[in-house]
Design a protein around this ligand. Structure first.
Ligand code: AN0
Ligand code: CP
Length: 319
């Protein structure tokens, strides 16, 4: 594996999951693998879990980890070529990327969709510039269209909790006051579609996701109907994808908030969310605090998904 940006880079999922569970049993087993190797984790956007779990994964493998918050203390970066740089951005990303690459062995990048230009977002312009110009293996810590470390951790968690061979997994839209990217739901759908599990996606009309990600999933506009018989409820807000509403909020309807009445329609489903979550917008206090809520073990598995990915990047590029 040279770079990690989607489920396609991880190869056979059963093998990857087996590796994850082996690592989870003994996280320090490969603590010599990363000796004298440096991870540079670059954040264009805020993070709690990704920032900590990725550093912890690197430390477990014996790596050094350095972190850059681009918008706090670094120079503001121009991204467009041909721009006359007489504004507020003193540095161009085309110099910054190879400079950052020269200080490390592996780069982790967080750069959300900007919702300014759909094509730039969906072509992963920033992530691909890092791949092209850094000279180093790059992995996504949530890019414009995907959050693969999250989805991998989600799948590890589903494997730990599922009671049936082929669980019914429901991805439900829920309301939020701000425009959020489609990366988490896109990526979740893509990873679940790589298994043979049943995936149902429910959202208000107008919130359809890109079919390249939702693939064979069933779309159900009636949330109650979608919840019937579900084994896992995965809640997430996202902004509209379809033109002319790309990046817009079409609804803040709290009738879509996940509550106990809706959870009672399920097959005693587990509740999942990638976090951070806005209580009583996405999910009620009662549901997120219930014994069926597995958001904390889900977040804990972020160390494991990051560690599998870093281990493979180290082994395939430096061993
Ligand atoms: C981000 C998102 O929805 O993509 C990060 C989630 C991991 N969430 C927020 O910005 C609240
Ligand atoms: N789930 C997740 O990626 O959280 P952070 O945005 O806090 O990293």
């Amino acid at each position: 594996m040279r770079h990690f940006t989607s489920v396609n880079d991880i190869g056979n999922l059963d093998v990857a999951l087996k590796e994850a569970f082996e690592l989870k049993k003994d996280v320090f087993r490969y603590d010599a693998l990363g000796k004298n190797k440096t991870l540079l984790a670059i954040f264009f956007d805020s993070s709690l879990r990704t920032r900590l779990s990725t550093q912890k994964a690197a430390l477990n493998l014996g790596m050094n980890a350095i972190v850059l918050d681009v918008n706090q203390g670094a120079w503001k970066l121009e991204t467009g070529r041909g721009v006359i740089m007489d504004g507020d951005k003193p540095e161009h990303i085309l110099e910054a990327i190879p400079v950052m690459g020269s200080y490390c062995d592996i780069i982790g990048l967080r750069s959300f969709a900007r919702f300014e230009n759909k094509q730039d977002d969906y072509e992963e312009k920033i992530l691909n510039q890092f791949i092209q110009y850094s000279g180093k293996p790059v992995f996504s810590m949530e890019a414009a269209t995907r959050h693969p470390l999250q989805s991998f951790a989600d799948l590890i968690t589903i494997e730990e909790y599922r009671k049936t061979e082929r669980p019914k997994i429901v991805l439900t839209w829920a309301p939020h006051p701000r425009s959020l990217p489609q990366a988490v739901p896109n990526s979740f759908a893509e990873w679940i579609n790589a298994t043979d599990y049943e995936l149902v996606i429910t959202h208000p009309e107008g919130y359809e996701l890109d079919k390249r990600f939702t693939g064979k999933a069933k779309i159900e506009y009636n949330q109650d109907k979608a919840f019937e018989g579900a084994d896992f409820i995965y809640a997430k807000n996202w902004a509209a994808y379809n033109d002319p509403n790309y990046g817009k909020i079409l609804s803040k309807d709290r009738a879509w908030t996940v509550d106990s009445r809706k959870m009672a329609l399920t097959n005693n489903a587990y509740f999942m969310h990638c976090l951070p979550v806005r209580r009583n917008m996405i999910v009620t206090d009662e549901v997120i605090e219930s014994p069926q809520s597995i958001v904390i073990p889900e977040a804990a598995n972020r160390v494991i998904s990051a560690q599998v990915v870093l281990k493979r990047l180290l082994t395939d590029n430096y061993d």
